[in-house]
Design a protein around this ligand. Structure first.
Ligand code: DC
Length: 224
């Protein structure tokens, strides 16, 4: 059996940085499930589909094939054979992703792929529903969050570094809207699994959170 670590939490809490760092330290594969949803959202944007048009979203979903490959240990997302890894990190794609990930068909499409990846090797997977739905038997579950202010501030700095001209209040508003949608959708909403360990990274550094998770993992294994 592979060892499975599930990390869930809202956007901008540091999940992917922490999961990537842990995967490197532990020699696990890292699976970023948000990227899979983002690839489907990109397809919808390209097709000019409106997120509220459920029939169009479900129809387009049948035309989409998402695959995951690894290049030098980095996850690559393939959309109908095209590597879209570099195209899915925009605010537009992020907002569309949150809006289309409420549909059962979209979620069903990715669930098998996520479980298959987790069965293949020791894995650290991040998303919104990993501990509650995708890998309910995960060996270690983490729920990582941070205040809206801290997350907006981090995103603001990232966008500044990319040469963009972000507006902090708009970023905070987007984050709040996404949190609300991700936490209140009918299927697999974002919530802390009962057996997940809670972290608030508002005032914690990345290394501090990683060290704490590694300690929990080591302690758990002692008790097995
Ligand atoms: O982690 P991220 O910001 O790349 O995720 C983008 C959106 O994808 C997020 O707002 C909700 C959706 N998502 C999801 O519904 N379930 C997951 N396991 C991962 C992401």
């Amino acid at each position: 059996m592979s060892y499975q670590i599930a990390i869930d939490g809202p956007a901008g809490a540091g999940k992917s940085t922490i999961a990537k760092g842990l995967a490197k330290k532990l020699n696990f594969i890292y699976v970023d499930t948000g990227a899979m949803y983002r690839a489907i959202a990109l397809y919808m944007i390209r097709k000019g589909i409106h997120a509220k048009d459920s029939a169009a979203v479900e129809g387009a979903c049948q035309e989409v094939e998402v695959e995951i490959t690894y290049q030098s240990g980095e996850q690559q997302v393939m959309l109908n054979g095209e590597n879209v890894t570099g195209l899915i990190r925009t605010e537009e794609v992020g907002n569309m992703t949150s809006a289309i990930s409420v549909y059962p068909m979209v979620r069903k499409k990715l669930l098998d792929l996520q479980r298959t990846l987790a069965a293949k090797a020791d894995v650290i997977m991040d998303g919104r529903d990993i501990g509650t739905c995708v890998l309910p038997q995960a060996d270690l579950k983490i729920y990582l969050t941070a205040s809206v202010e801290a997350r907006a501030e981090r995103r603001y700095k990232e966008l500044l570094e990319k040469g963009q001209e972000p507006v902090l209040a708009e970023i905070a508003k987007d984050i709040e809207e996404r949190d609300y949608r991700d936490m209140h959708r009918e299927i697999s909403p974002l919530k802390q699994a009962e057996d997940a360990v809670f972290f608030d990274s508002s005032n914690m550094g990345i290394d501090e959170v990683m060290e704490a998770i590694l300690k929990i993992k080591a302690d758990k294994q002692l008790c097995r």
